[in-house]
Write a protein that binds this ligand. Structure first.
Ligand code: HEC
Ligand code: HEC
Length: 362
């Protein structure tokens, strides 16, 4: 653990959590579909589990981040960092009681469905409000809906045209991107290199003490740091694959076999077409296209846990011309308790990319 401790001091918690939650890699773990039998439980994998015994072990990281985000606190509110199994903070004990209460409310009042979560009461606060807010925020009104709904073909064609057009996009078969990963404090940045080629993708992020690489080799997604492999949960592997699949905006209709326009919504004051989409494997996502410019501005998916959905959201903005095609120069990643932004610095279209970049080191 000594090495991990050193890394933890200089790296963000999410990355550290990824190390803690890492397991010995198996062939099954690098595939995008989890094995259906013999799911390891949190009780089996972790040392001091008293409430979440039967929960799949790979939900633990998500649940810890969901609880932190629901209360607006850091891991250290309940834990002494690095001593996760110890019970030396009273808040950890309170949290166990709260977990039991939440599970009982759902079992006793909502037919066992995850309706009430930590966020329902806490809403980002340590202490839930017990009196109504006297200055409630004005309800968000849905924008006026178009008399004739746009078709999916119109929405997708507009996105392709905005991105530079099918002909220009088709000419690009590989790409390298130099970027910065900007941490939520806005000051800490880590250099990143991204590689795309056909249906393959790799990203390496250079932290002060370690380099972390994630990639999709055309079949499997994998992730590792200098200290060894980092297990990806099936939803994480799916998102790594998605980075590869969305290289070409024209590929969207191959990735999502079913897409439906739902209604005109608003993001940051701008009207957007809200679309629900599902892949052949049944993975569902939400897509949002700017109604005026046509660009994809948001994409999100949600993974269920015992304490509610773990939402994964990507916001694309600041679309700029990079060699005849437009790319979002700013990409924001948000999950409960985890956030970072990618700032694109330099793009090389049709750059030579060695296939070795995508292969998982043995
Ligand atoms: C609101 C309190 C709370 C917060 C915040 C919280 N945890 Fe926990 N954590 C718990 C509780 C309670 C358990 C034990 C669950 C049980 O007994 O079923 C636990 C268990 C764990 C375990 C398993 C330890 C073991 O081996 O038994 C790890 C690892 C962990 N937490 C990491 C984290 C990380 C990383 C964060 C921040 C992202 C975090 N926790 C945030 C309350 C919290
Ligand atoms: C039905 C509403 C409700 C739900 C659901 C709920 N809580 Fe609470 N929680 C409360 C109330 C009320 C308090 C007491 C607030 C106070 O002391 O001001 C509290 C207090 C706490 C505290 C102690 C805070 C402190 O500063 O000492 C922790 C920790 C906590 N909750 C964690 C959780 C976690 C984790 C979940 C989800 C597993 C959860 N709660 C779900 C209502 C709820």
């Amino acid at each position: 653990m000594k090495k991990l401790k050193l890394i933890a001091i200089v790296l963000s918690v999410p990355f550290f959590a990824a190390l803690i939650f890492r397991t010995q890699p198996t062939a099954a773990q690098t595939q995008t579909t989890p094995p259906q039998t013999q799911v390891e439980t949190a009780g089996q994998k972790f040392k001091n589990i008293k409430v979440l015994n039967d929960m799949p072990a790979d939900q633990l990281g998500k649940v810890m981040n969901l609880m932190s985000a629901s209360l607006g606190v850091k891991c250290s509110f309940c834990h002494i960092v690095d001593e996760w199994a110890k019970d030396d903070k009273k808040e950890k004990g309170t949290a166990r009681e709260m977990m039991k209460m939440t599970l009982e409310i759902n079992k006793g009042h909502f037919e066992g469905k995850t309706e009430v979560t930590c966020a329902t009461c806490h809403g980002g606060r340590e202490h839930p409000l017990s009196v109504p807010n006297l200055m409630p925020p004005a309800p968000e009104e849905r924008p006026a809906q178009p008399a004739v709904k746009p078709t999916m073909d119109q929405i997708l064609d507009k996105y392709v045209a905005a991105s530079g057009g099918a002909a220009a996009l088709q000419k690009i078969t590989s790409r390298t991107i130099k970027a910065n990963r900007v941490e939520p404090n806005g000051k800490t940045t880590e250099p990143e290199m991204l590689y795309f080629k056909g249906n393959k993708y790799a990203l390496s992020t250079t932290y002060p003490k370690a380099t972390v690489t994630e990639a999709f080799d055309g079949t499997n997604a994998w992730k590792r740091s200098d200290t060894g492999p980092i297990a990806l949960t099936s939803d994480q592997a799916e998102q790594v694959k998605r980075e590869a699949e969305l290289f070409d905006p024209a590929n969207l209709k191959n990735v999502f076999i079913k897409m439906d326009f739902r209604f005109v919504d608003r993001i940051d004051g701008r009207e957007v077409y809200f679309v629900t989409a599902s892949t052949a494997a049944g993975v569902r996502e939400r897509l949002y296209f700017d109604a005026e410019t046509g660009f994809l501005v948001r994409r999100s998916s949600a993974t269920p846990t015992v304490f509610g959905f773990f939402v994964y959201q990507v916001d694309y903005s600041d679309y700029k011309d990079f060699g005849g095609v437009k790319l979002p120069a700013t990409i924001k990643y948000s999950m409960p308790n985890i956030r970072w932004t990618r700032q694109i610095l330099e793009v090389k279209n049709n750059a030579a990319v060695d296939d070795a970049k995508f292969a998982e080191p043995k």
